[in-house]
Design a protein around this ligand. Structure first.
Ligand SMILES: Nc1ncnc2c1ncn2[C@@H]1O[C@H](COP(=O)(O)OP(=O)(O)OP(=O)(O)O)[C@@H](O)[C@H]1O
Length: 579
C-alpha cells in the first residue's frame, strides 16, 4: 500500500478564482456556478445534444478557417486561455506563439503531423515544461506553472502519451498516485479507493484486473489505468494526449461515452489524437498545428476528417489497396501451437508475400502469438515451422538469426534506448552488418550513419541531427524510427505489433505502403493490431482473436468493420487442455 502523499493543494472550489473585482470576474463567477450546477454553457444554449453517440455529429463542407493568433472571442470567459506560448529546444522552435482558449463544457481537438508541437504545448500547460514566452490564464487569472504540482493545484489534469505508472502498484494504487488518499480513522481507506476506481472501471474497462500489479498488464490495459487515473479525479480542465492510441475501436467508443459525461459535467477537455474521426466525432472544434504554430481551426460544418487532413497538408484518406497475391508456399506455420499464455491450440499459416493481420481487443491473445514466434515464449504443445523446417526459437537472438524481424508495441520498454542516439538505435540489432573489418567487432560509424540516413528517409523521419537522443524525438517519430530499423532488412518473416501507433495520418499511409512493399519483396508479414481500419486496409487475411483463441478468419473480400467487431467481442467456446 502506498503511503499518503503530502502537501497537495486542492482546487479552491468554494471561492472565486480571481481577486480582481471586475466585470470579467463577475462573468467568471457565473461560469463557476454554471460548472458546479452541472450544466455547461454549450448545453444551456442547446448547441449540443447530450445524448449523442460518441462518434456521431453533423458533418459539413464549409472550408477550414485559419485561427486568429490571439485567444478566441470567448477568451474572457475561458477556463483555460493560452496566449503567445513559445518554446525552443536548442535549434528546434517547437512552439511558435500559440494561442487558444477553452471554455467550460467544451471539448477541443488538437491535430497535427508528428513533431508539430502538440505534446510540447500540453507539457507547458501541465507545468512539465516552462515556456520561453507567453501567458497561461486559468479562469481569467494569469498563472505561471513552475511544476506539474502547480498545474494540478489549478485544476488541470493531464494524461500524457505513455505516462509512467508505478509498475509494482496495482490499478487502484496507481489511480491515486500524487493525490490525497481517502482516510478513515486516520488510516488510508483502501476500500473507498477501490470503490472509486471500480465505479469508473465498470464503465470503461469492466474486465481490467484492478488488483494486479500494472507491470503484469498489457500496454493497452495500462492505457486504461491511465484513463481511470485521470477520470477518478475531479479536475476542471482535462488534457488527453492520444488516450486511445493503443485501444481498439470498441474500447475507444466506451471511453468516449464516459468522457462525454465528464464534459457534460462542465469539464473543459483538450484532446490530442491522430485518430481524426475521434476529433471530428467527439470535439466541438479542432485546432490544427504545423511546425510549432496554429495553422487552422476546423469548426461547425467544416469539422470533418477530410477538412482536418487537408488543414494538416495531406490529401484524401487512403482507399483500400488491391494486391495480387503470389501463389507462394507457407513461410510460417503453427499447428496446434500452445504457450502458457495461449491455452487454446492455434492454427496459423503465413505465405511468402502475404500480409496476415491478427486483430483483437485487449488481452485477446494476438500479441502472444508474436511472442511465441519471436522466441519470448516457448511452445508448450504443437509445432511451428519456418520455411518448412521445424522452428523452436529459445530467444529473440535465434529468431533474428533465422531471418525474422520484429517491431514491438511497447517502444519504451522493449523497443528503443531513449538516452542513446538515433544512429545507435537504428543499427543496434544488426550491428554485425556495420563492421569496419569483417573479423573485428568494431563498427564503421560512417556506414552506420549512412544506413540511418537511408532508413530515416524511407519513413519520413523528422529529426534534428543523427546524434540526438531518441527521447528528444516526438512520440510518432520514435515509432517511425523503430519501424525504420527493419524496413531495409530483407527478412523471411516480419512481425509488426501495433506498427503505426501514435503516427500521424499521412505517415500512417506511408508506413502501410512500406509494409505492402515488404510483402511485395516476398517477405511474409504478420501484423498484430487493435486498429480496425489498419486491419481492413492492410490484411490479405484477417484473423480475429478473442479470449486467447481464434474467433474468426476473413479474407480481404469478406472482412468489414462490423464483422471484425462482432468476432472480436464474441466469446469462443473451448475446453483448454492442460499444457
Ligand atoms: N526534450 C526535447 N529536446 C529537444 N527537442 C525536443 C524535445 N521535445 C520535443 N522536441 C522537438 O520538438 C518538436 C515538437 O515535438 P512534440 O513532441 O511537441 O511534437 P508532437 O506534435 O507532439 O508529435 P507526435 O504527434 O509525434 O507526438 C519536435 O521536433 C521534437 O523533436
Amino acid at each position: 500500500m502506498p503511503r499518503c502523499a503530502r502537501g497537495f493543494r486542492r482546487w479552491p472550489r468554494s471561492r472565486p478564482l480571481s481577486c480582481r473585482p471586475s466585470s470579467k470576474v463577475a462573468r467568471q463567477r457565473q461560469l463557476n456556478s454554471t460548472h458546479r450546477s452541472n450544466s455547461s454553457p454549450a448545453r444551456a444554449s442547446g448547441s449540443r445534444a447530450t445524448d449523442r453517440a460518441p462518434y456521431r455529429r453533423q458533418g459539413g463542407t464549409a472550408p477550414v478557417t485559419a485561427t486568429a493568433s490571439g485567444p478566441g472571442p470567448d477568451a474572457g470567459i475561458a477556463l483555460l486561455a493560452l496566449s503567445g506560448l513559445d518554446k525552443r529546444y536548442g535549434a528546434t522552435h517547437a512552439l511558435k506563439a500559440v494561442s487558444l482558449a477553452l471554455a467550460a463544457g467544451e471539448a477541443v481537438g488538437l491535430a497535427g503531423h508528428n513533431g508539430a508541437g502538440k505534446s510540447t504545448l500540453i507539457k507547458c500547460v501541465a507545468g512539465a515544461v516552462l515556456p520561453d514566452a507567453g501567458a497561461i490564464a486559468v479562469s481569467g487569472t494569469q498563472t505561471r506553472f513552475s511544476s506539474p504540482a502547480d498545474a494540478y493545484a489549478a485544476g488541470i489534469r493531464v494524461i500524457h502519451q505513455d505516462a509512467p505508472l508505478v509498475p509494482h502498484f496495482d490499478t487502484v494504487e496507481n489511480a491515486f498516485l500524487g493525490r490525497p488518499y481517502p482516510r478513515r480513522h486516520g488510516m488510508v481507506d483502501r476500500r473507498a479507493m477501490t470503490e472509486r476506481v471500480a465505479e469508473i472501471a465498470r464503465a470503461i474497462a469492466p474486465d481490467l484486473p484492478l488488483a494486479t500489479p500494472v507491470a503484469l498488464l498489457t500496454p493497452s490495459q495500462r492505457q486504461f489505468v491511465r484513463l481511470i487515473r485521470a477520470l477518478a479525479d475531479d479536475g476542471r480542465i482535462l488534457i488527453l494526449d492520444e488516450p486511445t492510441a493503443a485501444l481498439p475501436a470498441e474500447d475507444a467508443a466506451r471511453f468516449f461515452a464516459v468522457l462525454g459525461r465528464v464534459r457534460d459535467r462542465g469539464t473543459a477537455i483538450l484532446l490530442v489524437s491522430h485518430r481524426l474521426d475521434e476529433l471530428s466525432g467527439f470535439c466541438d472544434r479542432t485546432i490544427v498545428m504545423a511546425d510549432g504554430g496554429v495553422v487552422a481551426e476546423c469548426t461547425g460544418a467544416g469539422h470533418t476528417v477530410a477538412a482536418i487532413i487537408s488543414a494538416m497538408g495531406g490529401g484524401a484518406p487512403m482507399a483500400k489497396v488491391q494486391r495480387t497475391l503470389p501463389d507462394a508456399p507457407a513461410i510460417l506455420a503453427l499447428e496446434g501451437a500452445r504457450t502458457r499464455s495461449l491455452p487454446v491450440p492455434i492454427e496459423l499459416e503465413v505465405r511468402a508475400g502475404e500480409i496476415v493481420v491478427l486483430y483483437g481487443l485487449i488481452g485477446s491473445g494476438r500479441s502472444e502469438v508474436l511472442d511465441a514466434i519471436w522466441g519470448v515464449e516457448r511452445l508448450t504443445a504443437g509445432a511451428m515451422t519456418l520455411g518448412g523446417e521445424p522452428f523452436a526459437p529459445r530467444n529473440p537472438g535465434e529468431a533474428l538469426d533465422a531471418g525474422i524481424s520484429y517491431v514491438p508495441a511497447d517502444r519504451h520498454r522493449t523497443g528503443l534506448f531513449a538516452d542513446e542516439s538515433l544512429v545507435f538505435n537504428t543499427t543496434l540489432p544488426l550491428l554485425s552488418r556495420f563492421r569496419r573489418w569483417p573479423r573485428l567487432p568494431v563498427p564503421s560509424r560512417s556506414a552506420e550513419t549512412r544506413a540511418f540516413a537511408e532508413a530515416a528517409r524511407a519513413v519520413g523521419l523528422k529529426f534534428g541531427h543523427a546524434g540526438q537522443k531518441v527521447r528528444t524525438l516526438s512520440g510518432g517519430n520514435q515509432q517511425k524510427l523503430l519501424f525504420s530499423r527493419w524496413a531495409s532488412r530483407h527478412s523471411r518473416l516480419i512481425l509488426l505489433d501495433e506498427p503505426t501507433e501514435g503516427v500521424d495520418v499521412m505517415a500512417k499511409a506511408q508506413l502501410r505502403d512500406i509494409v505492402r512493399a515488404m510483402a511485395g519483396d516476398g517477405n511474409g508479414v504478420l501484423v498484430s493490431t487493435s486498429d480496425r481500419e489498419e486491419a481492413l486496409e492492410l490484411g490479405d487475411r484477417v484473423i480475429v482473436f478473442s479470449a486467447g483463441a481464434i474467433a474468426a478468419e476473413f479474407s480481404r473480400q469478406t472482412a468489414d468493420a462490423a464483422a471484425l467487431s462482432t468476432a472480436a467481442q464474441s466469446k469462443p467456446q473451448f475446453d483448454p487442455e492442460p499444457a
